[in-house]
Design a protein around this ligand. Structure first.
Ligand code: DC
Length: 223
């Protein structure tokens, strides 16, 4: 049992895990793990090296040597992600990278190879970890586990708003189809599928504001 307290936040794509995790980490003064960013960066590294995704030993080699760094920008709360020394923050967040990450994340040897790198984020005074299998696998003994859900339509709406805030466009029907397809893949895979841990607090955020979600998560920690 780890002595470092971990708050595991899992849930499907577009549910707002990243925002909730970032705010909770700030509130608690804990470290933050965006495990999806690790899978996304890994997918980019595999793509850049033109590796065949059926070549498991090559995938493990890339995972073991992934040159990845997270840097919090001093003038903002944003975290930039560097892969092989290059800032990949923008391409990392595209739907195309998310799709590649979701596909490659279904491979068991990839998940095993990236496990320790994720667990190494657990440092004093604590960690807020966001992903799909934080509460079920990576930090299965975490004292605090939350599983966020929301209707697919609501998650697609949120994703569209996020794109518009970034000055990009999106077609709601396409976003909805992408959200549904990614969740289906993440939930039905054999290795570490997306599902709530038995001891997770499940919060349906469809009708909730971020503040309301933060209040519920904070209450869990206080309790
Ligand atoms: O959270 P995200 O959208 O950045 O994650 C991108 C993909 O990475 C997601 O569709 C599935 C995979 N992933 C995973 O399998 N396990 C995690 N803990 C985090 C992400």
């Amino acid at each position: 049992m780890s002595l470092i307290p971990v708050l595991a936040i899992d849930g499907p794509s577009g549910v707002g895990k990243g925002t909730v995790a970032r705010i909770m980490a700030q509130k608690l003064g804990w470290h933050l793990l965006d495990s999806g960013a690790i899978y996304r960066a890994f997918a980019l590294a595999v793509d850049a090296r033109n590796i065949d995704v059926t070549d498991e030993s090559a995938l493990v080699e890339v995972a073991n040597n992934l040159d990845l760094a997270f840097k919090t920008e001093t003038d903002s709360e944003l975290v930039s992600v560097y892969l092989d020394g290059q800032d990949v923050s923008k391409v990392l967040r595209t739907e195309q990278t998310g799709e590649m990450a979701s596909k490659i994340a279904s491979i068991g040897v990839v998940r095993a190879a990236l496990l320790k790198r994720q667990q190494a984020f657990a440092k004093a005074p604590g960690l807020v970890a966001d992903g799909r299998d934080m509460g079920t696998v990576v930090f299965a003994d975490a004292p605090f586990k939350v599983f966020l859900t929301a209707s697919a339509q609501e998650r697609a709406n949120r994703r569209l708003k996020q794109l518009q805030n970034q000055g990009s466009e999106g077609i709601i029907s396409q976003i909805l189809a992408d959200v549904v397809a990614r969740d289906e893949r993440d939930s039905s895979r054999k290795h570490s599928p997306l599902k709530p841990a038995k001891d997770a607090l499940i919060i349906d955020t469809t009708e909730l504001s971020i503040d309301e979600v933060i209040t519920q998560v904070s209450e869990l920690i206080k309790a």
